[in-house]
Design a protein around this ligand. Structure first.
Ligand code: URA
Length: 159
């Protein structure tokens, strides 16, 4: 499953891997986490159709286990090409696993939020926030996710 959305989108959202519902429908973020992602985007004035959405992993790991390093490594060039083709103004990375793989770090999510990251010189600015599935389990952190989204909007506007 490769991705969905506007191929000229200003915002490119990167998740971890397809879940069971995504596997069934062949589209990223269509389950419960996807509903919350849509609501998060709406809160900053974006429709799902306005953004491009893809995952680090293109296939669902068995039983939703965390992606293995070699799985992420083999999918990453594909994601890099997607990002280059869409050429977004901003990359919004949701969740620790996606962020750690994309940024090649083992830093915890708390240390990755609130900063502008880059991969190389030419790529778009990268902002990290919580995964919507985590927010479904931990609604108290939704307020911090809202801060992240406002920060991301600011970064995207800066260009
Ligand atoms: N979680 C993800 O990270 N990606 C999806 O596509 C669905 C759930």
């Amino acid at each position: 499953m490769f991705g969905v959305g506007d191929r000229r989108a200003s915002w490119f959202v990167v998740g971890e891997a397809p879940g069971a519902e995504e596997d069934r429908q062949g589209e990223p973020f269509v389950g419960r986490a996807g509903q919350l992602l849509n609501a998060m985007l709406r809160a900053i004035g974006l429709a799902r159709e306005d953004v491009f959405i893809a995952n680090v992993l293109k296939c669902r790991p068995p039983n939703n286990r965390d992606p293995l390093a070699h799985e992420a490594a083999s999918c990453l060039p594909y994601l890099e090409r997607q990002i280059a083709l869409v050429a977004p103004r901003l990359l919004l990375v949701v969740g620790r696993i996606a962020a750690q793989n994309l940024l090649a770090t083992d830093a915890p999510l708390a240390r990755l939020r609130g900063l502008v990251h880059r991969r190389g010189d030419a790529g778009p600015p990268i902002v990290v926030t919580y995964h919507p599935a985590y927010l479904l389990r931990t609604p108290a952190d939704k307020r911090k996710a809202w801060e992240d989204l406002k920060f991301a909007r600011e970064v995207a506007a800066r260009g």
